[in-house]
Write a protein that binds this ligand. Structure first.
Ligand SMILES: [Zn+2]
Ligand SMILES: [Zn+2]
Length: 292
């Protein structure tokens, strides 16, 4: 199949290493024949709302065609992190809470949030909210604890009224299980954890997405360039969700100056192998497609 959408792209307005300009995102995706594409810069905490604002200004100035959509990518933090940021309780320590307070080891109390507010949707003309789990909340001590933590976070997103797409489901789990967040090296990614995701959790997540009209993301960045077994486990999960009726979006998660076309081709071959077709992908109804 031909991938017709890229609904997960970072521009240079994202805080991390992303470096594409909006103009290049347009030119590159037009050249690749992608019918719908969206910029989705990171909004991990309220501290970074200015990144979304500057991206929006840039987007409006670009006078882009209607099949270039404006979105954000939200992450989850514990509610106490957002309360601390709202209270300005970080400036004295010189913290820059772009990703919250990741090294604060207080236990997870079950309360979580995304940084996006309903008012932002109107204010910034946001058509699309992709949201995913990027890290464990607290530092669960056991593998079962990590799995449960990720499950809780993803169920939270699948029930969140502002979220349209569950980005890269489970896909940073290996980092969480390997304690990457303390060590930040390849030795601390535990790929074997993907064998241990209980099917019951997957089924419940699929049910929640279906019930709430959320889309599951095929994330090209996370699906290619990983150990073959991990890709297979991920695709088998997507097949179960597809067979249960879940619809998908596709996103490159591009952070580079230009898209990696080789990875698009690899992804298309993988999708063919697992029997995916254009009908398994859809556009969230929040996208303005009247003129696209
Ligand atoms: Zn992400
Ligand atoms: Zn992303």
């Amino acid at each position: 199949m031909k991938i017709g959408q890229d609904l997960h792209i970072h521009s240079h307005h994202s805080f991390d290493s992303a470096c594409a300009t909006l103009s290049n995102i347009r030119l590159d995706h037009e050249a690749m024949g992608i019918r719908h594409y969206a910029v989705t810069d990171h909004l991990n905490t309220r501290y970074s709302i200015s990144d979304i604002e500057s991206c929006r200004h840039d987007f409006l100035r670009g006078n882009f065609p209607p099949n270039f959509h404006f979105g954000v990518e939200a992450a989850i933090t514990a509610a106490w992190e957002s309360e601390r940021i709202a209270a300005g309780d970080y400036a004295a320590a010189g913290d820059v809470p772009i990703t919250g307070f990741r090294m604060d080891e207080r236990p997870f109390d079950g309360r979580m949030c995304i940084a996006l507010e309903e008012e932002d949707i109107r204010k910034y003309g946001i058509e699309l909210v992709v949201a995913g789990v990027h890290w464990p909340l607290g530092f669960p001590a056991t593998r079962a604890g990590v799995l449960d933590n990720y499950f809780q976070q993803q169920i939270f997103l699948a029930n969140h009224p502002l979220v349209h797409v569950i980005a890269h489901p489970w896909e940073s789990l290996g980092h969480a299980a390997g304690d990457w967040f303390h060590h930040r090296d390849k030795q601390h990614i535990d790929w074997s954890v993907f064998r241990d995701i209980p099917q019951e959790m997957d089924d419940k997540l699929g049910e929640a997405m279906l019930k709430n009209g959320k889309f599951a993301e095929i994330n090209i960045g996370f699906m290619t360039g990983v150990p073959e077994e991990v890709m297979r486990l991920r695709m088998e999960r997507c097949c179960r969700w597809r067979d249960a009726g879940v619809k998908f979006t596709c996103g490159s998660d591009q952070h580079s100056e230009h898209p990696n076309q080789e990875r698009f081709r690899q992804m298309e071959l993988i999708l063919d192998e697992y029997g995916f077709s254009e009908e398994d992908f859809a556009l969230p109804p929040s996208l303005n497609t009247t003129a696209g």
